[in-house]
Design a protein around this ligand. Sequence first.
Ligand code: AMP
Ligand code: MG
Length: 336
Amino acid sequence: MRKMIAVTFLSIACFGVSECNQNEKVLRAEFAAMGSIPVNISGYRTRQEVFHQAVEAYRLDLQNMDSLLSVFKKNSLLNQAARGHLVQINQEIENLLLQAIRVSRISSGAFDPTVLPVIELWRQAKKRNRPPEPNELRAAVSKVGIAHIKFQKNAGKTYLSLDPGTSLDLGGIAKGYFADLGAMHLRKAGIQRGLVEIGGDLVMYDDSDSPQPFQIGIRHPRQKGAFLGKLVIDSGAVVTSGDYERFLQIGTKRYNHIIDPRTGRPTEHVCAVTLTAPTGVLADALATAIMVLGENDGMKLVRQLDGIDAMIVTESFGGRLKIIMSPNMKTRFHRQ
Ligand code: AMP
Ligand code: MG
């Protein structure tokens, strides 16, 4: 007999419901990272000490990587590079930057890890309660572009530098990357089935002989507490980007926190993108890119990529929602 165990995560975009055997034990842990984002970890068919050691190793690894990468930490590597320093980076950070650059290329610049000067301009605009002027937007956009990121190799080491005025923000890829890191730690500890959720972005796997699918609730972007439906997935990542949790209010207008790097303007029309991919890092970057690309160009990109599926929710001016899904998403998504 099988039993549904509901796991309600403190997530931004989704909650997860995991299906498992009645006798199966699930261990859970939670800690805050990247400021105050909750990280939820579930390990199945494992022992307390194995699970807690894996969680602790993960927590320390995440904390260390976050202090190197965060834009909110003055002396992070990214902030040192933004101040004009040549900074040595390890293989892991180089790989992460290369993944961000790759998604920037395949999305024709819709995802861009150098969009920070524009984001800062909108933050200032919020403070003075007036949107940026076109000339201010043009100046900020001129600092954006992956061509401003430079790598140098010397004696087996890799160094990062940025052109003057350029700065890096990995906020659009970090949650997925850190969720992958968590799954890696659980697997390393020999835990056969695991799930890591960070701010609504999930990475899960089941390496057992009789893997059970995961069922993930997809939140309704316009009705708090409601769900569009549930997604059945064997393993990999489910990531959602949306306009409903984080936004800027300037005057009476709400602006999304995701920026079109080509215009410097916040995205409109797409209210949520849920994307599945083999890894969290790819799913996270692509979900942000598709918020920018919109339904037509977004689905075109999904069709070009192997192992990627998407659900795009748009809102018309009358407030009507439309859900567009790639063929594989349709077969795995069950409407509420
Ligand atoms: P996500 O929630 O994954 O869609 O990421 C949103 C975050 O990514 C924002 O808060 C910014 O820090 C950053 N960001 C905004 N627009 C972009 C963009 N076009 N490309 C890359 N990162 C972005
Ligand atoms: Mg993202």
